[in-house]
Design a protein around this ligand. Structure first.
Ligand SMILES: [Zn+2]
Ligand SMILES: [Zn+2]
Length: 368
């Protein structure tokens, strides 16, 4: 049986999102239906509504959520109704080249499931019976969602949905960029461009790894306050403090060991590369518009041996990393409570998006 569910829909680019009642179809083979407990409002959801991330509307948003299994499809044997689960917006097929080499964040099945489920079809219809696309292959900003079983990780630790939800995107992406992608070392120096939901989690990932200096760069003082709460040892607002690259070189005696770009702009990617020392690592976490082009000086490249890399979903191995992150939270080593600065009902979703644009929250979360 399908379910009627309230959902947050992007109908047209650059128009406000709206709440609609949609039909969520029952799971097919290897799929499950999840009753959502909570869904974070991530910058990527906003980016899909303004074309920064190209996603074809009409689209049900949401990719950072936790809930309980409501129904299982044929062939699903390791999940049962009532199981508490987290959503991983990258499915891990376990069979493709990248899964086989231990890099499921780059899974080929995940790369195919962009605006549909992995089989290329939708489980969503609007009130007129027209199909709706799935954001990030999941669409979990809704009371119910049908997703592939490989997008679901059981929470064996027992964390409330509004906190657990955030592990599925912001925390995994940010903490993972520091721990999995960059392998930040104890005693090192880090600079983090952008103190939104992802940036804050990169900062707490660097802190978890024992970084000595963590420099947070943001144009908004409010966000820099959050950054300090999450472990930043120094803050730089380029609007009032001047050039962030020069500041970083000054604070780190010639360049940071690691830089993280958590905004998605060519200019801050260039700054990240220029802010690291010789042999340092710059990690691009932010998602830019497809038209952005980065310009870097070529001459010094061989002399400096810098590493510039992307980080997809914090180079996650969700089946290993999600339980670890939940356990770290239970052990009071990972901040999740502090991330959730405001909760909304689904009817308040337009307000949640407005607040995201204004940057008032560390993270806003829709609770069902
Ligand atoms: Zn996200
Ligand atoms: Zn795969």
């Amino acid at each position: 049986m399908g379910k009627q569910a309230k959902a947050v829909v992007c109908r047209e680019l650059n128009q406000p999102i709206r709440d609609e009642t949609v039909e969520v179809e029952s799971p097919k083979r290897d799929e499950v239906m999840v009753k959502m407990g909570a869904c974070g409002v991530c910058h990527s959801d906003l980016s899909a509504t303004n074309g920064t991330i190209p996603m074809p509307p009409p689209l049900v948003l949401g990719h950072e959520a936790a809930g309980t299994i409501a129904e299982v499809g044929e062939g699903v044997t390791d999940l049962g109704v009532g199981d508490p689960v987290l959503i991983s917006w990258v499915p891990m097929c376990g069979k493709c080249r990248y899964c086989a080499m231990g890099r499921p964040a780059l899974c080929d099945m995940g790369a195919r499931a962009v605006a549909t489920l992995p089989d290329g079809t939708s489980r969503l219809k609007d009130a007129d019976g027209n199909p709706l696309n799935h954001f990030a292959g999941v669409s979990v900003m809704a009371e119910y969602a049908t997703v592939h079983k490989d997008n679901v990780i059981v929470d064996q630790v027992g964390v409330e949905a509004d906190k657990a939800a955030l592990v599925g995107c912001a925390v995994m992406t940010g903490v993972g960029a520091a721990l999995n992608t960059a392998h930040v070392e104890a005693g090192s120096s880090c600079v983090v461009f952008g103190s939104g939901g992802i940036g804050l989690n990169v900062i707490q990932g660097c802190a978890l790894a024992g970084a000595e200096k963590i420099i947070a760069v943001d144009m908004e003082d409010k966000k820099l306050e959050f950054a300090q709460q999450f472990g930043a040892t120094h803050i730089v607002n380029p609007g009032t403090d001047g050039d962030a690259v020069a500041k970083t070189h000054e604070l780190t005696s010639g360049g940071a060991d690691y830089a993280f770009e958590c905004i998605g702009l060519a200019s801050t990617i260039e700054q990240s590369y220029n802010a690291i020392r010789k042999g340092g690592t710059a990690v691009v976490v932010g998602v830019s518009r497809p038209t952005e082009q980065v310009t870097l000086g070529a001459f010094l490249m061989p002399f400096q041996e810098k590493v510039l890399t992307g980080s997809m979903y914090g180079s996650a191995q969700p089946r290993v990393d999600f339980p670890r992150l939940l356990s770290l939270y239970k052990a009071n080593r990972l901040k999740l409570d502090e991330l959730v600065t405001h909760t909304y009902s689904i009817d308040e979703a337009p307000q949640a998006f407005e607040d995201l644009e204004k940057g008032v929250n560390a993270r806003g979360v829709i609770v069902f």
